[in-house]
Every structure is written in C-alpha cells, then in structure tokens.
Write a protein of this length. Structure first.
Length: 293
C-alpha cells in the first residue's frame, strides 16, 4: 500500500529557468544510475525478500525514499523548463523554435511530448529500462550492487553540481549528494553485517559447493595484458577476502586444451552439392508427415 504526501523532502527551487540544464538533470532521473533505477531496484529487492526482518525493512524504507527523490528531480526539471528561453543563438535560428532548441541543447521532447516537463529518459532521450534493475534474490550480491549504484549516482550528481552556478539547483543537489553518502555507507554496512551473521559469505553464492569448482584456478590472477603493474596489487598475492585461499600471479593462462574437431552442419540441408537428392528427401519427409496426420 502506498500513500503520497504532497510535499518534498527538501527544497527544489531554481533561481532561473534553464532548458539545457534540465536536459542534463534527466540523466540522474532516468539514466542507468538515476533515481528511477534505484527506487525500482530497492522496491523489487524488497518485494522479492521472502523473510521478514531488518534487511527487508531496510529495502522498503529506502525504496520509498528514492521515489521521493524521483519526484524532487521531476519538479526541479519542470521548474527549469518553465519560461525557459530556447537557447542563445543567432536571430535567424532563434526565429525557428525547434531549430533553436536543438542548437541550444534542449531536449525538444520535453516541450513537445511532456509539455515542458520531465520524462522517464536519460540526458540523450533514451527511455528508462527495467533491465537497469538488479534484484537477484541474493542479499549480499544485491547490497553490493546497490552500493555501486549509489556510487555511480553520486558521481554523476557531483559532476552536475559543477555544471551549474544556480544556487537553488545546487542546494537540491547538495541534499541528494548527502543522501547518496548515507546510502553508500548503509549498503556497505548491511553487506558486512550479512557476512558477520553468516547469512551469506564470499564467494556469492556461498551455498554452492566450492569443491565443485575447478579449484586450481579459483585464486589465480591471469594477466592477459602486456602491462605488468597489476602484479603489485593485493589481488596478486596474499590471502583472499573469502578466507579460503591465497592469490597467485601468472602471465597468461595456466591451462590450455586442444581445439575440438570442426563442427559440421546437417549435410542433408547445408553444405552439400547433392541438391536434387536433398529436395527429394525433403519432399518425402513432408509427404510422410501428411500421411501420419
């Protein structure tokens, strides 16, 4: 059950209209790591959580908050588009609003399709996709993906912060940056807590019998590049994070196998010069099928 309260979590009032910047904001609304994605991602993870408790409640609570961020950005975009000039261009271009919009960098569909409003698209107008969502049912895998989503989102918001001098827009972005800081830390804390409780461990999924792996290559760093500096990393030597082995470094693969025999397409229909016989066999097959029916 959902309820909506007609107020924002934080102020979202720009100082002046800016259609070009409105298009830029579409990325953190409807892009791969935008607010629509994390809202739906946390929602589906919650709906797919079968066991009540703190982790499911965490997902429900943050998913609902992210829907508020979707609304906040959509309203900001609508305000930026209100009475916005189409772009600073030559008079000859400015006389054609559509051309001016394209030259100025505005998303023309915000005006034509959305009536000077936000759309569920990224900054290039690509529609938001459900395929952006990660909801595997494995909490450690999902919480790790959530931390990445918040990192990518915060990175984009930080870049957008430096693309405007509008104090009203920056105020809103500073709030979103702060919430992304919390959410990054929260998902990392939740992932750590899952492991401490033994609910899930590395490698994910930990309930798969590790002995069924080809264990000889489980912890080998195989360098397939002519760069050598990767050998200096902690992933090239020393204990592994899952506690089940030791890293080792190798230049190239440590395994090889002969190439299998070439595959052969069905000679009845492909790669044959005996076309008359093929046609005759196909016709016979069709007649046999008709008789059986």
């Amino acid at each position: 059950m959902f309820f909506h309260k007609q107020e924002l979590q934080f102020k979202a009032t720009p100082e002046k209209p800016d259609a070009v910047y409105a298009r830029k904001l579409q990325e953190v609304l409807g892009g791969q790591y935008g607010e629509i994605t994390v809202a739906m991602q946390y929602g589906f993870q919650a709906w797919n959580s079968h066991i009540p408790g703190k982790y499911r409640d965490l997902l429900y609570g943050i998913g609902a908050e992210e829907m508020g961020h979707v609304e906040m950005l959509a309203i900001m975009i609508a305000q930026l588009l209100e009475k916005a000039p189409l772009g600073i261009t030559e008079d000859a271009v400015q006389s054609d609003p559509t051309v001016a919009a394209v030259v100025g960098g505005m998303d023309v569909q915000q005006a034509i399709v959305a009536g000077a409003g936000a759309r569920p698209v990224d900054s290039n107008g690509n529609p938001w996709q459900g395929s952006y969502i990660t909801a595997s049912g494995n909490l450690l895998a999902d919480f790790t993906a959530n931390a990445n989503a918040e990192m990518q989102g915060r990175l984009q918001v930080a870049r957008l912060y430096h693309m405007t001098d509008d104090h009203g827009v920056r105020d809103m972005l500073s709030f979103l940056l702060a919430r992304d800081t919390m959410h990054q830390n929260q998902w990392l804390a939740a992932a750590k807590e899952l492991q401490a409780e033994g609910a899930e461990q590395l490698p994910v999924p930990s309930n798969f019998p590790i002995k069924k792996e080809e264990r000889s290559v489980s912890y080998q760093y195989l360098n397939f590049s002519d760069g050598k500096a990767a050998s200096e990393g902690s992933w090239a030597s020393g204990p592994t994070p899952d506690g089940h082995g030791e890293f080792s470094y190798h230049d190239g693969p440590t395994t090889s196998a002969p190439m299998p025999a070439p595959t052969r397409p069905d000679a009845r229909y492909y790669g044959t010069t005996d076309l008359p016989n093929v046609v005759e066999k196909m016709a016979g097959s069709v007649q046999d099928k008709l008789h059986k029916e």
